[in-house]
Design a protein around this ligand. Structure first.
Ligand code: ADP
Length: 413
């Protein structure tokens, strides 16, 4: 980079060929000058050396300066060429510039002008070289970055595959002993129901069963996540009435020790084509969250609406709610708000419930929407496409239906 600049002077006039380098050495000590008395020889030198600038007379016998300029443009397009023209040869000067000359110098040569023009040319060449080197460095850097991204992506994909495999193995392995334990606990419970076993044993068994239920949900969540991540998650869709599906589920969910249920309104059926087990799984998850994040005694309202080709199930709670900025993250795998207050003695889950719920709803061609604010509760809405019979006469009519409520339930405990 900091080498002495090197220039080539071409002229058939040997007197000038000696005088010009002399003039240069006096004014520019830091330059190497090669000379050539013909364009052909100059071409030879050009092949071997990368000059910082070339100065050539235009008029020379054989190959002239303009032809040499054309060759320089071809061989060394980055090297600036200055052409020397006779006094008043304006046409030639214009031709030189059009041909790509960096500058032209008129005879008789003004030494100071000549040196200044040459300095500019050398500077330009050096700048061009710097730009080229920086471009090259950037290209190399971009190349190595690209390689790095590819390597990291490969590593991530591999790590993910290992994680999914691990999830699948662990959840499968846990499922069996869990089911055994649960079966045995239930059997023991049936056995002692008839006997006069101490209260402690009754309570102990009931506790065990609750813990097992909770573990079962966690294992099932892990299994579902692994199925989703490995693209093995399949739906078994059937046509059914969404109003009836919700009614049955709420009846089961609130049976026994569950919350009290009241329905305020029950309307016409809404036909959908869904995997009802999976939709129930989503609803149970949303009911459980609504209870988990609300104070005891506050109502949870479930509303079923139809609007055009969409059915919406909304679950509204009056609980702790959440700040708007966390909403985009609650559907991420393993997301748990760091400071969320859990009510009713519930425990925090693995943060997989909403992730799985969203995937299930999306697989049905639907979506989940959330409205929430801290202290004011949340509304989770599941929006599903309704089933449209292409044979039906009134297909267009459905799309223009104004939104209307088909059912409302309230749970309180
Ligand atoms: P978790 O098992 O931790 O409840 P989820 O995926 O079901 O996992 O929920 C993720 C997070 O979303 C929760 O940790 C909680 O912060 C927030 N969340 C979900 N439902 C509600 C709700 N009804 N009210 C307030 N926060 C909620």
């Amino acid at each position: 980079m900091n080498e002495k600049p090197r220039i080539l002077v071409v002229d058939d006039d040997t007197a000038l060929l000696q005088a010009l380098p002399q003039a240069l050495y006096i004014r520019m000590q830091d330059v190497d000058v090669d000379t050539s008395d013909s364009a052909l020889e100059a071409l030879d030198l050009l092949q071997k050396n990368d000059y910082d600038a070339i100065v050539s007379d235009i008029k020379m016998p054989g190959m002239d300066g303009l032809a040499l300029l054309a060759k320089v443009q071809e061989l060394r397009p980055e090297t600036p060429t200055l052409l020397i023209t006779g006094h008043g040869e304006h046409d030639l000067a214009v031709q030189a510039l059009r041909g790509g000359a960096y500058d032209f110098i008129q005879k008789p040569i003004d030494r100071d002008y000549f040196v200044a023009a040459l300095r500019r040319a050398i500077h330009t060449r050096q700048l061009r070289r710097q730009v080229y080197e920086q471009q090259l460095a950037l290209k190399l850097h971009a190349g190595s970055l690209e390689g790095l991204v590819q390597r990291r992506t490969r590593e991530l994909v591999e790590a993910n595959a290992v994680k999914d495999k691990f999830l699948s193995i662990v959840s499968h392995e846990l499922k069996m002993p869990l089911e055994n334990l649960k079966g045995m606990t239930q059997m023991l419970q049936r056995q002692i129901e008839t006997s006069t076993a101490p209260d402690l044993i009754h309570r102990g068994l009931a506790d065990m069963e609750r813990s097992l239920d909770r573990t079962e949900v966690l294992v099932q969540d892990l299994l579902d996540t692994s199925l989703i991540e490995t693209n093995m998650f399949t739906l078994h869709r059937k046509r059914c009435d969404l109003v009836e599906l919700c009614r049955q589920l709420l009846d089961e969910y609130t049976a026994g020790a569950g919350p009290d249920l009241s329905f305020d309104y029950l309307g016409k059926p809404i036909e959908v084509e869904v995997d009802s087990d999976r939709i129930c799984q989503v609803l149970i998850n949303l009911f459980t969250n609504a209870r988990k994040y609300s104070p005891k005694g506050s109502p949870i309202t479930v509303t079923l609406q139809q609007s055009g080709y969409e059915a919406t199930i909304s679950i509204r709670d009056m609980g702790v709610g959440m700040p708007e900025e966390v909403i985009p993250y609650i559907f991420d795998q393993f997301y748990r708000a760091p400071s969320v207050e859990v009510q009713n003695g519930s425990r925090l889950g693995l943060g997989l419930g909403l992730y799985i719920s969203r995937k299930i709803v999306e697989r049905h061609g639907g979506r989940i929407e959330v409205i929430s604010s801290p202290g004011k509760g949340s509304v989770f809405s599941i929006i599903l496409p309704i089933h449209v019979d292409p044979q039906a006469e009134n297909v267009e009519g459905i799309a223009t239906l104004t939104p209307h409520t088909q059912a409302i339930w309230t749970m309180v405990r």
